[in-house]
Design a protein around this ligand. Structure first.
Ligand SMILES: Nc1ncnc2c1ncn2[C@@H]1O[C@H](COP(=O)(O)OP(=O)(O)OP(=O)(O)O)[C@@H](O)[C@H]1O
Ligand SMILES: [Mg+2]
Length: 241
């Protein structure tokens, strides 16, 4: 796929949960190959809703979604692309459902038609990459919150997706593990969108930051200024150019 090729294109999206007031209003958005986008916006502004719409888990009231240039109209359209875009759920309990870690991480590759051996090889590699080699036989539901989040990331990466949608990947993680995730993301040559409330993390992993307000997406100027401050020798003195 060429750089600048469209991964997700949304036009005129309107969405509300049942009878509630609208969450997304005439929203336009495009995610291109090579993009490393950060999303920082208040609780309840619609970030997770946006990811779920992108994956076809919920349907817009109106508007269009194209993925890899193809209009997404039916569940079948979405099911054909889901393995190509890895969604890390905000809540790890939505992601993990197998008895052991290795089964959970190999579920995706097996489901995509890989042989058992290939699926296990990829899963072991992915767990190793995230520093989780010792976790293969752990019982998934007994993992701690942070461990679940990391294993969830492994289930996403083992599918070898072309793009990632990460919904608060740092939640519950200790400092060392945060560093592992930051390193993993910067080492991977992959397009992604990260939802996070952690400015420092977004600064290290993304090249543009967006925010949501009144159901629409805007460039986040605050984070931009923040990054800019630290890019200078006299970085402790806030300044603009
Ligand atoms: N299943 C649902 N039914 C009804 N309302 C919902 C549902 N899911 C989310 N909402 C509402 O939609 C709004 C947007 O929720 P969403 O989860 O997208 O926010 P968010 O930006 O991801 O917030 P956070 O930073 O807290 O994760 C919120 O007001 C929330 O209460
Ligand atoms: Mg959310």
């Amino acid at each position: 796929m060429d750089k600048n090729q469209s991964i997700i294109k949304m036009r005129g999206i309107n969405f509300s949960h049942f009878e509630n007031s609208p969450i997304l209003k005439d929203l336009d958005f495009e995610f291109l190959k090579g993009d490393k986008i950060g999303f920082i916006a208040p609780n309840g502004s619609g970030k997770t809703t946006l990811f779920h719409l992108m994956m076809g888990l919920i349907k817009p009231v109106s508007g269009t979604i194209e993925i890899f240039g193809k209009p997404m109209e039916t569940e079948q359209d979405f099911s054909q692309i889901r393995h190509r875009i890895g969604l890390l759920f905000q809540d790890a309990d939505d992601q993990l459902f197998c008895p052991t870690v290795l089964e959970d991480v190999s579920f995706g590759p097996l489901n995509m038609g890989k042989s058992k051996k290939e699926a296990i090889d990829i899963s072991k590699r992915t767990l190793g990459f995230l520093g989780l080699s010792d976790f293969e036989n752990r019982i998934t539901f007994k993992l701690s919150g942070g461990e679940k989040k990391l294993v969830s990331l492994a289930t996403v990466l083992s599918m070898e997706p072309e793009a990632l949608l990460l919904d608060e990947p740092l939640t519950g993680l200790d400092t060392k593990t945060r560093t592992t995730i930051t390193r993993a993301l910067t080492e991977m040559n992959i397009s992604y969108i990260i939802i996070s409330h952690n400015i420092e993390f977004l600064k290290n992993t993304t090249s543009k930051t967006l925010t949501m307000r009144d159901g629409q997406i805007y460039t986040d100027k605050q984070v931009h200024v923040h990054i800019h401050d630290h890019a200078h020798v006299h970085g402790n003195i806030p300044h603009k150019h």
